[in-house]
Design a protein around this ligand. Structure first.
Ligand SMILES: [Fe+2]
Ligand SMILES: [Fe+2]
Length: 275
């Protein structure tokens, strides 16, 4: 599971890192958060094709920037592999739980994508009510031995992400937080088999302010206030992901690896956690 991929530098480092990972380990399923893929804001059909090409991501989850580019509606009508936040209000069919095949057809995988409440502009339903409504069903699916459940909770507040992780403890095999564009280092695998990380972090340029050009962004805060349009930064790209090993029998996590790859120096940081 890969965090918010920001703009062209993010796409480049993401593709290079996935290729390297696939050469080293067998990945049965790859998700990435794509709300910032197109110039930092939203997604286009062309970029969707690029990032879900063979050998890249299986699904793309989204967040508050989901509709920044109108092309998103073309993508969502043409491919189930674009997963929108299920608590988006007033978008027909978005609240259904999307199910995909894992590589090799061993299991089905349910991909949850939810928007948090705190400091989020937009029209969203309550993420907690959503998981409350679906938890029993999800648990039954996992118990059946046929399903794995993963979640990308797109939220500003760490507390909201952690609350959903613990509420779904033993139900979701993997839960990552996204949105803050800043990785946390609190990865855990619980005794019941939920691997979670409060925020997986941005995949994109880190010589930046959450992925955006430093000079331009500083002018929004310092000196005579000048609200310049955001522009994606270019330097020091990192890939940030969470690689979760899932027990084939129980459908829950047995180990998780927080992965960061700094492109310029070709350096990996891998932190491994087991339950
Ligand atoms: Fe983002
Ligand atoms: Fe976001």
């Amino acid at each position: 599971m890969i965090g918010d991929v920001v703009g062209r530098p993010g796409r480049k480092v993401c593709k290079a890192a996935i290729t390297r990972l696939r050469a080293a380990v067998e990945l049965d399923f790859v998700s990435l958060n794509g709300e910032n893929l197109a110039g930092g804001f939203g997604i286009t059909s062309k970029i969707f094709e690029e990032m879900t090409a063979p050998g890249m991501a299986d699904v793309i989850t989204m967040g508050n920037h989901w509709s920044d580019k109108p092309d998103v509606h073309v993508v969502r009508r043409s491919s189930p592999r674009l997963v929108l936040p299920q608590n988006l209000a007033d978008l027909e069919g978005v609240d259904k739980l999307p199910v995909f095949e894992m590589r090799g057809g061993a299991k089905k995988i349910v991909v949850i994508n939810l928007m948090g409440n705190f400091a989020m502009k937009g029209d969203y339903g309550c993420p907690f009510a959503f998981v409350e409504k679906h938890r029993d069903q999800l648990r039954a699916w996992v118990k059946s031995g046929e399903y794995v459940v993963v979640a990308d909770v797109h939220a500003e507040a760490s507390s909201e992400k952690q609350a959903i992780a613990w509420y779904l403890d033993g139900v979701v095999a993997a839960l990552v937080g996204t949105h803050t564009h800043t990785p946390t280092s609190d990865e855990r695998v619980t005794a019941r088999g939920t691997a979670f990380l409060t925020d997986v972090g941005m995949t994109g340029p880190y010589e930046s302010i959450i992925g955006m050009d430093v000079e331009r962004t500083l002018r929004r805060y310092f000196g005579p206030k000048e609200k310049r349009a955001h522009e994606v930064a270019e330097k020091d790209s990192w890939f940030c992901g969470f690689l979760v090993e899932i027990c084939a029998r129980r459908g829950v996590a047995v180990a998780a690896h927080r992965l960061q790859w700094r492109e310029a120096v070709d350096a990996w940081r891998v932190t491994t956690t087991t339950c």
